[in-house]
Design a protein around this ligand. Structure first.
Ligand code: NI
Length: 566
C-alpha cells in the first residue's frame, strides 16, 4: 500500500516538476553543513550567511550549545536548520543502545529549547555508525558528499578550493564552525557558487525539493539531481488581522493571502513563531490587546501587529431616591439585571423602567463592540446606594450607619471605597464631625501644606486649636498621608481625653503582636481596646502598622459616635 502511494506521489511530483526541471533558471542546490559548534566564530558566520541570503544546517554538539543557547535561537529565527550531533561527540558505534539514546536526547533538549522544526536529523560524530545506531537513532542519518578537511588544514584557501572543486548539484558539504578559516573559506565559496547558479538550502529543504522523504534510521549523503527539482517554498505574505464588532467585544480573524500556511499568534506582546498557539477560528477579545501573528510554511512571514481597542460598555446614568433606582442606559446598550444576587446573563430581565431596590441589584451592560460591564449596586440600610460595598461585608452595618449619621460620606456619588486608605485629612474630618465643637469657628490652621479653601480646612483648624491632631512637624500637617491603625487609635484617644470622656475598662486578652505596637501608641491602643472600641484584624493580631481602611474607619467612628451619644 505504501509503495502504491509513493508511486502515485512520484508521478504527481514529476508532472508538477516538469516545467521547473526544464526551465533554464532552475537553480542547482547545495546544502552546506557545519558540525561541532556553536563556537565563538558562529555569530560571524551567521552574519555572513545573512548578507548572502544563504541557508545552512548546523549539527550541534550539546555541550557546545549549553554556553550559547541564544545562538541556536538565532539560527532558527534566520531560517537555518539545527540538527543533532550528540551531546559529547563520542563514536556512537562503540556505545550501547541506551548510551546512544542518552547522547541524542541530551542534544535534542537544546534543539527543542530553540524551537524550529521538530523533525531533527542526526549526523553521527566521525560519520561513524552501525546497526545499533541506525536502530536507535529515531531520526534520518545525514552524512556528506563533499569533505573539506577543514579541521586538518585550517586554511581558508584550501577550504574554498575543496568546496568549489567538488560541489555538484545536490551535494552536502561538511564543514566545522570551530575555525575562522572554515568560516572565511565557506563564505568565499558561497559567493563563487552563487555566481555559478547554486542556491544554498538547508538539508531538509534540499531533500524536499528533490522529492525525497527522509526516513528514520536511513543514511543519506547527497540529493543529486535526477530530474526533479520542486520550487522553493515562498516566504509567506504577512497575516492580515481584522475584526468584527460583536456583543462582548471584538471578534478577531487572522488570514494569510499565501496558501498552505499555518497561522500562529500571541496576545501577550511576545514575538510569535511557528511554536506559538495556532490560529484555528475567530476569537473574542474583551480588553485592549496587542495581537501579533505570523504565517509559516517552512519559512516564517514577517510579523503582523495590530492593537485591538476594546472598551467596556458605557455605564448607564444612575439616580436613586426613596429606594427607587432609575437608570438611563447609553445609546445602543442593553442593561440586564437580577435582584436575587445571581450573576445576570443576556437571558436575564432587560431594564426598561425604574425599580425599587431593597438591598442589591446586579447589572450586565452589553453593547456591540464593547466588553461586557458588570456593576453591582448595594443599598445601605438607610437607602444610600454604592457600587463598591458588599451587602454581606462585615462593615455593611457600620458603613450604613456612618453614612446615615453624616460622619462619613462616599468618595463619589455611588462609591464608598471600603478598602481604600484613610488619609490624615479624612480622619481628622471624621473626628471633627463627631465633636461637639463641629459648629465652632477656629482660626485657620497655620500649616504650610494646608489649603484653607479645601474640604478638610475647618477640621484641620479645629484639630490644631484643640491639639487633638498634631502636625507631622511644626509647619506641616501632611493631609494626604495615609494613617496606620495605631495612628488612628492615638488620634481617637486624644479626642476622648480632650473631651474628658472616660471609656470602660474590660478584661481582654492581650494581642499576640502587642510588642510590635509603637511605644507612643501603646496607651491609646490599650484604652480603645479595653474600652471595646477597637478589635484585632483576626488571629488575635492588632497589626498596628497596617494602613487603616475606610471600612475600619467607619466601624471605629460609628462605635465612637454611639459612645458619645449614649
Ligand atoms: Ni563532529
Amino acid at each position: 500500500m505504501k509503495r502504491v502511494i509513493s508511486i502515485i506521489i512520484c508521478a504527481v511530483l514529476m508532472v508538477i516538476s516538469v516545467p521547473y526541471a526544464n526551465a533554464a533558471a532552475t537553480p542547482k542546490l547545495v546544502a552546506i553543513t557545519f558540525d561541532d559548534g556553536p563556537s565563538v566564530y558562529t555569530e560571524g558566520l551567521l552574519d555572513g550567511l545573512a548578507q548572502r541570503g544563504a541557508k545552512a544546517t548546523f549539527f550541534i554538539v550539546g555541550n557546545m550549545a549549553s554556553a550559547r543557547t541564544s545562538v541556536l535561537q538565532r539560527m532558527v529565527n534566520e531560517g537555518h536548520q539545527i540538527a543533532n550531533h550528540t551531546t559529547s561527540h563520542p563514536d556512537l558505534s562503540k556505545l550501547s543502545a541506551q548510551s546512544i539514546i542518552n547522547e541524542l536526547n541530551g542534544c535534542a533538549n537544546y534543539l527543542k529549547q530553540a524551537g524550529g522544526e521538530q523533525q531533527y536529523l542526526l549526523r553521527p560524530p566521525y560519520g561513524s555508525y552501525n546497526s545499533t545506531v541506525r536502530n536507535n537513532a529515531n531520526m534520518p542519518i545525514i552524512l556528506w558528499s563533499v569533505d573539506t578537511l577543514d579541521w586538518k588544514y585550517r586554511n581558508s584557501d584550501t577550504v574554498y578550493n575543496n568546496i568549489i572543486n567538488n560541489t555538484t548539484d545536490g551535494s552536502i558539504v561538511l564543514l566545522h564552525d570551530l575555525y575562522k578559516s572554515s568560516v572565511n573559506g565557506a563564505l568565499r565559496a558561497i559567493d563563487t557558487l552563487k555566481e555559478r547558479g547554486y542556491e544554498f538550502v538547508t538539508v531538509n529543504e534540499l531533500f524536499r525539493r528533490r522529492a525525497v522523504t527522509l526516513e528514520n534510521g536511513k543514511v543519506y549523503s547527497a540529493a543529486y539531481n535526477k530530474g526533479i527539482t520542486l520550487p522553493a517554498t515562498e516566504k509567506p505574505k504577512s497575516v492580515e488581522i481584522t475584526f468584527e464588532n460583536v456583543y462582548g467585544g471584538k471578534q478577531v480573524s487572522l488570514t494569510c493571502p499565501t496558501e498552505n500556511v499555518s497561522i500562529h499568534y500571541t496576545t501577550d506582546g511576545s514575538e510569535p513563531n511557528e511554536n506559538s498557539p495556532k490560529y484555528t477560528s475567530p476569537f473574542l477579545v474583551t480588553s485592549i490587546t496587542d495581537i501579533k501573528a505570523v504565517a509559516y510554511n517552512s519559512q516564517l512571514s514577517d510579523v503582523s501587529f495590530r492593537k485591538i481597542w476594546v472598551e467596556p460598555a458605557p455605564a448607564p446614568a444612575v439616580s436613586f431616591e426613596n429606594s427607587i433606582l432609575t437608570l438611563t442606559p447609553s445609546e445602543n446598550t442593553t442593561v440586564y439585571y437580577t435582584l436575587d444576587t445571581s450573576a445576570p446573563t443576556d437571558m436575564s430581565t432587560v431594564y426598561t423602567e425604574p425599580l425599587t431596590i431593597d438591598r442589591q441589584i446586579d447589572l450586565l451592560v452589553r453593547a456591540v463592540g464593547k466588553a461586557d460591564r458588570r456593576i453591582t449596586y448595594v443599598s445601605t440600610a438607610y437607602g444610600k446606594l454604592f457600587s463598591d460595598i458588599k451587602a454581606s461585608g462585615w462593615y455593611y452595618n457600620a458603613v450604613s450607619e456612618a453614612v446615615n449619621c453624616g460622619i462619613m460620606t462616599g468618595v463619589s456619588e455611588f462609591e464608598f471605597s471600603p478598602t481604600g486608605n484613610v488619609t490624615r485629612a479624612m480622619f481628622v474630618t471624621v473626628l471633627h464631625r463627631m465633636s461637639k465643637d463641629a459648629q465652632t469657628e477656629y482660626a485657620p490652621a497655620s500649616f504650610v501644606d494646608i489649603d484653607n479653601n479645601l474640604w478638610y480646612a475647618k477640621a484641620a483648624a479645629w484639630a490644631q486649636s484643640t491639639g487633638i491632631v498634631k502636625g507631622v512637624s511644626e509647619t506641616e500637617f501632611a493631609p494626604n498621608v495615609n494613617i496606620t491603625r495605631q495612628e488612628m487609635c492615638t488620634m481617637l484617644a486624644r479626642f476622648f481625653e480632650y473631651y474628658e470622656i472616660a471609656l470602660p475598662v474590660t478584661e481582654r486578652e492581650a494581642f499576640a503582636d502587642a510588642d510590635t505596637i509603637a511605644e507612643w501608641a501603646k496607651t491609646s491602643v490599650d484604652m480603645l481596646y479595653l474600652g471595646g472600641l477597637i478589635n484585632g484584624v483576626g488571629d488575635n493580631l492588632f497589626a498596628p502598622t497596617n494602613t487603616a481602611t475606610r471600612a475600619e474607619c467607619a466601624k471605629l467612628s460609628i462605635d465612637t459616635y454611639k459612645t458619645l451619644n449614649k
